[in-house]
Design a protein around this ligand. Sequence first.
Ligand code: S3P
Length: 433
Amino acid sequence: MDFRVTPTKLRDATVAVPGDKSISHRAVMLGSIAEGRTAVRGFLAGADCLATVAAMRAMGVTVAQPSATEMSIEGVGLRGLEAPPGDLDLGNSGTAMRLMAGLLAGQAFDTVLTGDASLSGRPMGRVIAPLTRMGAVIESDCDGTPPLQIRGGMRLHGIHYDLPVASAQVKSAVLLAGLYADGKTSVSEPAVTRDHTERMLRTMGVPVTATGARRIGLQGGQALTGCAIDVPGDLSSATFIILGTLLSQDADILIKKVGVNPTRTGVIDILKGMGADLRLENPRRLGDEPVADIRVKASRLQGGPVDPALVSLAIDEFPALFVAAAAASGETTFSGLAELRVKESDRIAAMADGLRRLGIDVEETPDGAVVRGGRFSGGEVDSFHDHRVAMSLAMAGTIADDMVTIRGIDNVQTSFPGFTECVAAMGADVQVV
Ligand code: S3P
């Protein structure tokens, strides 16, 4: 399927975006190994998180779905998972595979984790290395890619691990394996990454320590207690709405109840630095996560160097930020983005390709790009089957000189079901063809 975007003038609107993907995955995984029921509201019923639900059901967990965005998980306790009847297919989801590798490394039974073509090319050595040090036995393809064969019945022991790359997925995998390990497990991160795992574990009764120099630890063998989880809107999805609004002539949009966990808000800081008129209204808490309504208005953006210190706090937002840079005046320099090359696609290459096809001058570097602001022509671009590339280029299409077609947008449903309806509410004409 493709997106066909007809440039239109956006209008003022109040919108909501689907639930946070990272928190939804964690709610299902932690709820499954907790004792008692975990009732989740605002769940992201996108393909990625539904793959996590299917995997947990295959391991004997009862997960009911009382409504489109609610999940009710009957926790089976730390040792209650059962051997699945076959491979666990995690689709497009790196989060599901890496976190699940940690969760399954200490089980009594064998598991095999598989994924789609994109996931099958993504690096898993980064979780295999620390888990192996903990005593796990995990085999991958020779280049460290899926499928992963995880041997059951291994006794894990706690370790300290210095993460070589800033990755919340790797941090979480080690901490989840740590629940099954003897003694204490801890990690040190080279830069702050999203802390949803730590917050949710604490809410479920597991003390997680956070000490200086980004060092996070927990003691093995502790029981989790099921709880109610209210999932905020996903700031990563809200970013596409923010982007469309900033680029528009004069739209004024309110996005309700968006997660603004400080480990995720790099995109807000970067856009504000470019001159975005963005405000957080009505800040409050939803369970263990901070949320706010985001007010955004059309803005004249100005390019410049983007602070690499903000990269890990905005890791999923760079496709959208590349489009913002392309619409800004002057030159924007991105660096420190090597991790983008191993996301759902090589996002530096994918965005450089898409923007060039729309007439923008982009110079790719090994760990970033230099984007020179200009006008978007119409044309045809490829999403490289990457949801965030597809939605970013769709927003560019709203202000292009002519129609923009984005090829291969099927994976948008992994993170943002209802994307076209949501942007239609603000006047954007994005059709699925
Ligand atoms: C995620 C962590 C990030 C992010 C991904 C979700 C998570 O990945 O890109 O979309 O939920 O932990 P890395 O840990 O690989 O940076």
